[in-house]
Design a protein around this ligand. Sequence first.
Ligand SMILES: *Cc1c(COP(=O)(O)O)cnc(C)c1O
Length: 422
Amino acid sequence: MTMKYVSTRGAAEPLGLSEAVQTGLAPDGGLYAPGRFPEFEVEDFDGRETLPQIAETFLAPFFEGDALASQLPDICREAFNFPVPLVELDETTALLELFHGPTAAFKDVGARLLAACVSRLPGRRTVLVATSGDTGGAVAAAFAGRANVDVRILYPKGMVSPRQEKQLTCWGAGVRAFAVRGDFDDCQRMVKAAFADRELSRRHRLLSANSINLGRLLPQAAYHAAASLWYLRRRGVRAGFVVPTGNLGNAVGAFWARASGLPIREVVLASNANRAVPDYFDSGAWGPRATVRTLANAMDVGNPSNIERLLHLHPDLEQLKTFARAFTVSDEEIERTIVEEAARGRVFDPHTAAAVRVRSLVATPHWVVVATAHPAKFESIVEPLVGREVRTPPALAALLDKESVCVEIEPSLESLIRAAFS
Ligand SMILES: *Cc1c(COP(=O)(O)O)cnc(C)c1O
């Protein structure tokens, strides 16, 4: 049966996978979500060990009926081509390390599957993305070197870290970075204006690769599926998952895997001081909040767009609370966790530290803590706290050695068109 993706707002035509991936936001303003979920049994994965193997089985129903379905095995092998180990922390806690990709953060996984799909679609496209830091690097790394896809990245000049800037500007050839004389909101406004320009959008076949893209969400469900099976096979029980949470994309992946029958006991969301999600769990009333800056800056989201997907899947909060919880973690707790864990020989980045902290607050056993970034990616925060240098992983070090090229532009659509599309 063909899988159709429906808008969370219910007023847009359901689409097949390829169309949904190319469309980004639905015409009614909603986000695409699976129209139904497969009903897997654990035995369906017998003999499937590695992430690419498990992902292939898990994603098959989500690709069913689509032009890309026959290429799913290749897509999985290509996208999941770096290690995603489930490392034992203690007898009842494991760490799912999602940071061994080229930019040392979990967004590499989603971006790589999206790129593997898009590059197999006929025709030439341009990915246009605004970034406040991490997303752009992962997208650039995933699409770099693809013959039929160009990439244009906008970032706010002077407002990303030197390492992040390097990861945006080092790719050459088809990946071009633009430092906008403005803030992240200016960058987003320019991208929106470019997509709204029908002529520009049609001529360059613009494609959005932001975090709401379905092609980034599905692989995030796949690694939660794999980790849940690995944990069950090792320990004989279902694990709960603690997920560092910002825009809720990673966590929605966990909920989708659970809804598909995978052995995920519960999902616990670890927010930083941006507490829109924990407040919803407490009060039952959803409301966006002003964004506050924290040490875990990739989770600084006051109005997470993927809340629509969570509410679409689980509209009844009381029912959701039977298998989900949400906690807020302060900067002080993040710092204290990094210091205390370092004393035990384990170095965490601020985002993962928030989840590690939440793990310590839940008394029950058997948890997978999702690790979203390598500590070397946030060395300016981590090193002073742990009092020593954090070794840079080789993939990240290789990027830092490359030459940077970027062009500065004014925050307007005209200057973007002149610099990037003429
Ligand atoms: C993006 C990001 C997050 C937040 O993930 P969401 O899917 O937006 O909830 C957490 N940690 C790191 C390191 C990130 O880059």
